[in-house]
Design a protein around this ligand. Structure first.
Ligand code: SF4
Ligand code: SF4
Ligand code: FES
Length: 261
């Protein structure tokens, strides 16, 4: 039988264990991925026992507490604490989620496992390198493109119905939970745009004010950029804003078929 082994540099070593202080009232253990590229050492998983009686209810509250009171070197992104900025996306108990909107009590009573978003290079600990993800977003030209001058005495207006069409896709917070949950994106992230960028493309394709629909569809008509989506639906399952990138991708495919028939 073939024996497959991970490269030595990707094997996770045993991490440190930080025990809860004596007298802790409600202890919860967090098993957190740690990686510092400057150390020359393999990643490890540290265990932090935290008295959650003294902190807020969300996973992000616990991370802030751990960083503030146990290990200041623990590195993660966060900003708004309200599910708006998308920066605290990480893999929590096996699912991509926002740490600030994930309640600890919704994760059952066991240890809470926290890893960076999957299949991305890691900058440090829970911080993934999103350079390629943002470049792909920029590549779909996520702004209004027009070829005609605006009306002389008003802005480019939309009806309520036209606005409602883009309302949900425009609510994307670019957290990358969807793209990093997509198996097609894992294997082809250099060439497949992934669900987040494709949802953004769709948002501008269907915008009634945009005048570059044909160019936008031309740019997506490619076996990799669009058609690597195999409708696996992980993207829609994990989106913390209840958006539906898989449906948007299917709609783009439908538009491409319709314009040739
Ligand atoms: S539906 Fe498409 S984009 Fe979404 S997870 Fe599946 S393959 Fe990826
Ligand atoms: S579609 Fe959802 S999961 Fe994907 S980047 Fe936008 S908000 Fe995040
Ligand atoms: S901190 Fe902004 S979405 Fe979580």
């Amino acid at each position: 039988m073939a024996d497959f082994r991970l490269p030595a540099s990707s094997r996770i070593r045993k991490g440190k264990v930080h025990r809860a202080a004596a007298g802790a009232r409600k202890v919860r253990a967090f098993r957190i991925y740690r990686f510092d590229p400057t150390s020359g050492e393999n990643p490890r998983v540290d265990t932090f026992e935290l008295d959650v009686a003294g902190c807020g209810p969300m996973v992000l509250d616990a991370l802030i507490q751990i960083k503030g009171s146990i290990d200041s070197s623990l590195t993660f992104r966060r900003s708004c604490r309200e599910g708006i900025c998308g920066s605290c996306a990480m893999n929590i108990d096996g699912m991509n989620r926002l740490a600030c909107t994930t309640a600890m009590e919704d994760l059952g009573g066991g240890d809470i496992r926290i890893y960076p978003l999957p299949h991305m290079p890691v900058v440090k600990d829970l911080v993934p390198d999103l350079t390629n993800f943002y470049a792909q977003y920029a590549s779909v030209k996520p702004w209004l493109v027009t070829h005609t001058p605006p009306p002389p005495d008003s802005e480019r207006l939309q009806s309520k119905e036209e606005q409602e069409k883009i309302d949900r896709p425009a609510a994307c917070i670019l957290c990358a939970c969807c793209s990093t949950a997509c198996p097609s994106y894992w294997w082809n992230s250099e060439r497949f745009l992934g669900p987040a960028a494709l949802l953004a493309a769709y948002r501008w394709i269907i915008d009634s004010r945009d005048e570059a629909t044909g160019e936008r569809l031309d740019a997506l008509e490619d076996p990799f950029r669009l058609y690597r989506c195999h409708t696996i639906m992980n993207c829609t399952d994990v989106c913390p804003k209840d958006l539906n990138p898989a449906k948007a991708i299917a709609e783009i495919k439908r538009m491409l078929v319709e314009r040739t028939s």
